[in-house]
Design a protein around this ligand. Structure first.
Ligand code: SAH
Length: 504
């Protein structure tokens, strides 16, 4: 028995991060090193927050010379006792050279496990509405590589046989040889009228599908400017698309949307955007930190009995306050008979996660409304503890302090994010990202301060469209000299989503 850790050869699926298997997630979560293919989405890599992540294109830029250095990196890391995940697009054993890697590991005496993934053909079939088999149209399916030159004698593939294949043909890596592939099939007797499709970036919001007869497909693909990675699907089943292409009908299909929330809070919005067919980009503009000094918070927590109301103006505040309470060795009983107010549904939901029910949530989710409703409930002489960020608007304290005693504690710090993702920045500069969601005034300010003139000009010209969560956020954008294209009716993530759908 080897004592070396197992190397995992994991299929990452065709692109959509939700198409990962549970086993793949388990492997990623415990990995020390992830060696990933270039096509793997960054959202998939988020399952391995602690691991070192290396794109194999960095190990060796040239595709042909990559194999040996990847093998060496994998073996060296495993021998050093690191848990390695070799993450490959689609399925490792479908045109993924996974078997070569497994053989090398076997010969090196390193234990391995292979985790299957959703291969591109299966992903494209589902998301482009082209069932690979069908009782009426296709009883077989063939996965074929288009990487070989059909006219070269050394080609292992017999295109004459493929032309007579009684079912659906799916050709991987065929885009650069599409003319030769179609010519080979047609000259071997395949009907040029056979329905055919090319699907680019299947399962992602970037997915593009071109359909034509087999004979016309190369021309149509060129007209549409379709590029790799793409699959060619050939067979009667392509006709099913007319009724089955559910994904391309999603309300935000193909729309590129920037999410600017802190990374740990971006998930829900990203998920919703993916579900609606959009292409989410993440560029956190603010970050949440612990306060540099817990003393004022601890003092308030230790003397909670003196307060009547505990007020939260964010989900982050709830999390930070209750985590601290627990760290101090206390539990929910410390809250005793305190009444609790939450600024909005997300804050209330976070409280519920701790089994606490908010006594007050205002009808509109902003500070003015929270203060106004508190004023109708608070009795003179009562004491209010306001748990919030170190910065932000001072409305609640100001409005309450004329009536009662308000103590304010900063349970977390919000700072402007320093790290910049150049890929996302470039997508903004090039005008690829059309929509930018702004989910707080601070986020709006932080973003507008860090963008360069190219991006700012695009905002002025409405090529980049700002979507605001609330009137407070809109006011901040206006103060900085910009305009939003739409403001959410309700100050929630779902409100932002609905506003976005409304302007498509
Ligand atoms: N192991 C992978 C295939 C790797 S070969 C799998 O099982 O899917 C790379 C080829 O896969 C690309 O040239 C393209 O033809 C296809 N491919 C991969 N991802 C794709 C996607 N999201 N959409 C369309 N084609 C894709």
């Amino acid at each position: 028995m080897s004592s070396l850790p197992t190397v995992y050869l994991v299929g990452a699926g065709p692109g959509h991060p939700g198409l990962l298997t549970l086993r793949a997630v388990e492997c990623l979560q415990q990995a020390d090193l992830v060696l990933y293919d270039k096509l793997v989405s960054s959202l998939v890599l988020e399952h391995a927050p602690a691991a070192e992540k290396i794109c194999v294109a960095e190990i060796a830029p040239h595709h042909d010379q990559r194999v040996v250095p990847i093998h060496e990196a994998m073996i060296a890391a495993a021998r050093a006792g690191r848990r390695v995940v070799r993450l490959k697009g689609g399925d490792p054993y479908v045109f993924g050279r996974g078997a070569e890697e497994a053989e090398i590991l076997h010969h090196a005496g390193i234990p391995f496990e292979v985790v299957p993934g959703v291969t591109a053909a299966v992903g494209a079939a589902a998301f482009a509405g082209i069932s690979l088999t069908h009782r009426a149209f296709a009883s077989a399916v063939a996965f074929v590589t288009g990487h070989e030159n059909p006219h070269k004698p050394e080609s292992v593939l017999d295109w004459n046989v493929l032309a007579r294949f009684p079912g659906t043909l799916v050709i991987y890596m065929g885009m650069s040889r599409i003319d030769r592939i179609v010519a080979a099939l047609v000259s071997a007797g395949k009907d040029p009228q056979t329905p055919a499709a090319a699907v680019h970036a299947a399962t992602l919001g970037l997915q593009r599908t071109v359909t034509a007869t087999l004979g016309d497909l190369p021309q149509r693909v060129r007209e549409e400017g379709l590029t790799a990675p793409a699959l060619l699907l050939i067979g009667e089943v392509v006709k099913l698309r007319r009724e089955l292409a559910w994904f391309e009908r999603r309300p935000l299909f193909g729309k590129r949307v920037l999410v600017t929330r802190p990374r740990h809070q971006a998930g829900a919005l990203v998920q919703r955007l993916l579900d609606l067919g959009a292409v989410p980009y993440v560029l956190p503009t603010v970050e949440i930190r612990d306060p540099p000094d817990w003393a004022p918070v601890d003092q308030a927590i230790r003397t909670l009995q003196q307060y009547d109301w505990l007020v939260f103006t964010s989900a982050n505040g709830v999390q930070a306050f209750l985590n601290r309470l627990e760290k101090l060795g206390l539990d929910l009983r410390a809250l005793g008979k305190l009444q609790i107010a939450a600024i909005g549904p997300k804050t209330a939901e976070t409280l519920l996660g701790f089994h606490l029910r908010a006594d007050l949530v205002p009808a509109r989710f902003q500070s003015e409304d929270l203060a106004a409703e508190l004023l109708t409930r608070i009795k003179p002489k009562q004491r209010v503890l306001l748990a919030r960020a170190d910065r932000g608007r001072d409305v609640v304290r100001q409005q309450l302090s004329s009536v009662c005693a308000v103590e304010q504690i900063a349970v977390y710090w919000q700072v402007d994010a320093v790290e910049t993702d150049e890929e996302v920045m470039n997508a903004l500069r090039r005008g690829e990202i059309e929509f930018v969601t702004l989910t707080s005034a601070n986020i709006a300010r932080s973003l507008l301060e860090r963008l360069d003139t190219t991006c700012l000009r695009r905002i002025q010209a409405s090529e980049i469209k700002l979507v605001s969560i609330s009137s407070v956020t809109t006011a901040e954008v206006n103060r900085l000299g910009y305009k939003v294209v739409v403001e959410a009716k309700e100050a929630t993530i779902e409100g932002v989503i609905q506003a976005l759908i409304g302007i498509i």
